[in-house]
Write a protein that binds this ligand. Structure first.
Ligand code: ADP
Length: 432
């Protein structure tokens, strides 16, 4: 059995032999040979043209069992066509299954183009945002939703954090929006909006519960503290031993309750940015540094303050005082005596930076991401002994959030820690 190439070569050889024979007989060997080769080439050219039109017009190629070169070329192309059709059908099936699944997602899922135009959205987008597919195809999302908070977030928000807002379709619903860029050069965006009403109310209930419990505990505690104070003034023999201890524990409870109340108030205001009072941070820090020196007492920490007095900050003075003093007092309470504590307040580009750096023992890296959680302490016993409630950094985190800032913590074990935050240009007033 010959293979297609051998058949083709045999065919060429036969033509050349026949042409040579006819050429010898007619004494025109070159001419007849040339004619033979031209015929051979023309035949191949015709086959090529046939194939070209068949492929161009996307005509199906019939099966051919012949073993010639052209028949085999056709057969290979036919097999490729069958394979590609099968792959196409399989892909179509996957795609429609994926589309059906995405359509059925309970969260609104929207694909946005570079300019915020809607490329695709699922059924839940209608219930949560009032976007009906396919009517909204190609339209701009910001123009369709007409929601100022949303528009701000879409155009220049920090997309690493989700946005929480109330639905325009159903005012009782609280929604959370998350945007993830994808595709070539991250030019498209996947927007996912989910209904978090239940979670939101649960969070409310938790917040209310903590605030109520704290309030309820405060009254009996005040009474107990009052009695203890009176008893301390006229101590009995046994009482002299216990009462100072009881007073100390009552004070700890009172401090914890105060911090819990501060935290729940801050959490309730979480959605609103802090006020616009013009705060002289340098003066504030000078007062806190004096208080820190008094807190240090015999431990004699070396407290240094470098604050730019021309740099003012728009915000809530009480909250800022609480945040800065928490960080500075922490440096005193969590570092050994004589350690250096550097407080700085300076302009960095167009932003303002506050930092407290100490030369204490530092914090092991694994603890750093969790330090702002309530009651998270590296060393619980030591924190309590130093008068800490374990809520200080959680309070700082919320206050900074109110001021469009966040806490950065860096630390090296054995060398010390640095707690810093930057305030955006919109809050900075420089009078230099
Ligand atoms: P606490 O009332 O215990 O100080 P915080 O929330 O203020 O609670 O701080 C949480 C924990 O972070 C502290 O218990 C302490 O372990 C650690 N910490 C905070 N500031 C410092 C610091 N400057 N140096 C070392 N550890 C610190």
């Amino acid at each position: 059995m010959f293979n297609p190439i051998q058949i083709e070569l045999t065919r060429l050889a036969v033509i050349l032999l026949a042409a040579t024979a006819v050429g010898i007989l007619s004494h025109q060997i070159i001419l007849v040979l040339l004619l033979g080769i031209i015929c051979f080439l023309c035949w191949h050219f015709i086959q090529l043209l046939r194939l070209y039109y068949q492929l161009k017009e996307n005509r199906g190629i019939p099966a051919n069992a012949s073993n010639t070169l052209w028949a085999q070329i056709y057969e290979h192309i036919r097999m490729l066509q069958i394979k590609s059709q099968r792959r196409k059908r399989r892909l179509n099936r996957y795609f429609s299954r994926f589309r059906e699944a995405a359509m059925a997602l309970p969260d609104a899922t929207i694909i946005l183009g570079r300019q915020g135009d809607i490329i695709w959205c699922n059924a839940a987008s209608s219930a949560l945002l009032g976007l009906d597919w396919p009517e909204v195809a190609g339209k701009n999302i910001a123009q369709l939703l007409q929601h100022s908070v949303l528009t701000d977030y879409l155009s220049h928000g920090d997309h690493s954090q989700p946005l929480e807002f109330s639905s325009d379709v159903d005012k009782t619903k609280v929604l959370s929006l998350l945007i993830t860029p994808f595709g070539k050069k991250q030019s498209q965006q996947l927007m996912v909006v989910r209904d978090i009403t239940r979670l939101y109310h649960l969070d409310d209930a938790r917040r209310d519960f903590i605030a109520n419990v704290s309030h309820e505990l405060r009254t009996p505690l005040t009474v107990i503290s009052g009695f203890l104070e009176t008893m301390e003034e006229t101590p009995t023999e046994k009482g002299a031993e216990f009462i100072p201890l009881m007073r100390q524990q009552a004070k700890r409870m009172d401090d914890t309750i105060s911090d819990l109340l501060v935290l729940s108030r801050l959490e309730m205001d979480d959605k609103d940015p802090a006020g616009e009072e013009l705060v002289d941070v340098a003066a504030l820090l000078a007062d806190i540094a004096d208080e820190a020196a008094a807190l240090s007492g015999e431990a004699q920490h070396q407290i240094m303050l470098a604050a730019d007095s021309a740099l003012l900050l728009r915000g809530d003075k009480k909250e800022l005082q609480s945040a800065f003093s928490n960080l500075i007092f922490n440096a005193v309470r969590h570092t050994p005596g004589k350690a250096h504590i550097q407080i700085s307040w300076a302009i960095e580009g167009k932003e303002a930076q506050f930092s407290v750096t100490d030369t204490g023992e530092g914090i092991p890296a694994r603890h750093i991401p969790r330090l702002t959680e309530r009651f998270y302490r590296v060393d619980a016993a030591r924190s309590r002994d130093s008068g800490g409630t374990g809520l200080g950094l959680a309070i700082v985190k919320h206050i900074l959030q109110h001021h469009n800032s966040r806490l950065d913590i860096t630390s090296q074990e054995g060398k010390g820690s640095a707690f810093s935050c930057r305030f955006p240009e919109s809050r900075v007033v420089y009078q230099g």
